[in-house]
Ligand binder design. Sequence first.
Ligand code: SAM
Ligand code: SF4
Length: 266
Amino acid sequence: MLDRFNRQINYLRISVTDRCNLRCVYCMPEEGIKLIDHGSVLSFEEITEFTKVAVEMGITKVRITGGEPLARRGTVNLVRMLSGINGIEDLSMTTNAILLPKYAHELKEAGLMRVNISLDSIDPEKYRLITRGGNIQKVFDGISAAMNAGLSPIKINCVIKKSIDEPDAIAVKKYCGRNDLIARFIYEMDIEKGEFGIVHGGSGGDCANCNRLRLTSDGFLKPCLFSDISINIRKTNYNEAVLLALEQKPKCGLNSTSHKFYNIGG
Ligand code: SAM
Ligand code: SF4
C-alpha cells in the first residue's frame, strides 16, 4: 500500500507492553514509569485481528517490540498467533535479550524468524550503568541461546552518542565481527525535542523512504515515531484505521510529546 507521498508501507511494529526489566538511561526514568492499566493493554486477540487486516492491506514485515516484549506474560503465544497469519514474510522481535535463555527455543518453535538485540557496550560495568543494573552475562547468554535456536540473522542495536567511532561502538563492532552478528548503530534520540538521525547499518530515520506503521500497546496506530498523530484502533474499524494512518503519515517527522520510546518501541 502507498501513502500520499508514494512511499510503500509494508512494515508494522507492534509494542506489546510498556514494561521493562531494565531502565536504560536514554529510555526510561530510574524510578520506572506510570504504567498503563491492564484494561487498556491490547489483548493478543486484538493484536492478531488488527495485524490480519494490516497484512491483507499490504503489510509483509512485522516486528514485536516494547518496553521489553519478553517481560509480558505469554508473548510466545502471541508469536504463535501472528506466525499463523498468511502473508507475513518477516516476523522478528527487538529485545534486550535478558530473557532469551528462557524463551529462545520456544520463540523459534512458535514461528519467530529472527531477533534484534540491544547492546550498547561490551564492558560489564558500562553496561550496568547504561541499563541501571543490567547483567551483561545474561545478554551474552541470550545471544548464544538465540544462535542455538536458529533465530538468525541476529542484529545488534547499539545506541551511540555522537559517532560510530566512539570506543564503545568500536568494541561492539569488533565483538559482532567475531561472533557473526550484524551491528547497527543508532544515534541517541530525543523524541520530544525531535532530535533524530539515520541508523547506520539499518533503514530507520530516513523519512523519504520510511515504510513503517507502529501500534502501541494501548491501541494507538502511529504513522510516524516523531509525530503526535495517532489513531485509536478500538474506536475505528481496523481497515479504516490503517487508511487513516496512510492518509495522515507526515512527509517528515517532527517530534512526539504523546508517546515515548518505551511505549512505541523504537
Ligand atoms: N526492550 C527492547 C530493547 O531494548 O531491545 C525493545 C524496546 S526498545 C524501546 C527498542 C530500541 O529502542 C532499542 O534498541 C533501544 O536501544 C532503542 N532506544 C530506546 N530509547 C532510545 C533513544 N532515546 N534513542 C535511540 N534509541 C533508543
Ligand atoms: Fe527497556 Fe529496551 Fe528501554 Fe532499555 S531500551 S529501558 S531495555 S525498553
